[in-house]
Design a protein. Structure first.
Length: 64
């Protein structure tokens, strides 16, 4: 978990540095560095739901 927080903080720092150099007319997306962790979380939730759907409750309980 500490590694994840450090990576997200590093990516946010990098994003802040490059946001200053974005030319006018280009959309600057807020919280861009959180897209990776959000994708991971969505994949984790999807896998957990499918595991419950097929009836593997023990695997879902232990964390997939």
């Amino acid at each position: 978990m500490l590694t994840s927080f450090l990576l997200v903080a590093t990516f946010q720092k990098i994003d802040r540095r490059y946001e200053e150099k974005i030319p006018k007319g280009v959309l600057a997306m807020l919280f861009r560095s959180l897209l990776g962790p959000a994708l991971y979380l969505l994949a984790l939730i999807f896998n957990w739901v499918i595991t419950l759907w097929i009836g593997e409750h023990l695997i879902a309980l232990t964390g997939n």
